[in-house]
Design a protein around this ligand. Structure first.
Ligand code: ADP
Ligand code: MG
Length: 131
């Protein structure tokens, strides 16, 4: 996902370009806005964390871009491309280093396992939206 801060700050094109340049193939893509219910569900693993309320509020504050990306070793390679959760700790050349505002408003989401990528892909897209 491209998160609300990334779109608010005008980085949609630049980030999508970095993703394509890094060799990811776009299998599905959608410009949309999460409802509070959807954001709560998407981040439910973090429900007990102190930042959960702020995270849900932020993720519903504006539109997002959801995408399914395909590549050999996609999960690990995408995590490497986006960089550390906190842009202050993100490596040079990563999306978060270039475009994230803060640890909370950090421009992009990447799935953390193949299993979660499957779940998150199905969260955003139905079969006829995936190519
Ligand atoms: P990542 O997105 O790098 O996988 P996590 O899964 O740990 O990071 O956290 C999910 C999201 O919750 C982060 O991307 C960020 O938007 C938010 N978040 C995580 N930790 C914090 C924190 N300490 N303070 C505020 N927001 C946070
Ligand atoms: Mg995560």
């Amino acid at each position: 996902m491209l998160k609300p801060d990334a779109l608010e700050n005008g980085y949609m094109g630049k980030i999508i370009d970095m993703i394509i340049e890094a060799g990811f193939e776009i299998k599905a893509m959608k410009y949309t806005r999460l409802s509070t219910e959807q954001a709560k569900k998407f981040y439910e693993v973090h429900a007990e964390r102190p930042f959960y309320g702020d995270l849900v509020e932020y993720m519903t504050s504006g539109p997002i871009v959801a995408a399914i990306l395909e590549k050999e070793n996609a999960v690990a390679d995408f995590r490497a491309l986006i960089g550390a959760t906190d842009p202050a700790e993100a490596a040079e050349g990563t999306i978060r280093k270039a475009y994230a505002e803060s640890k909370g408003r950090n421009a992009v989401h990447g799935s953390d396992s193949d299993e979660n990528a499957e779940i998150e892909g199905k969260f955003h897209f139905s079969g006829n939206e995936i190519y």
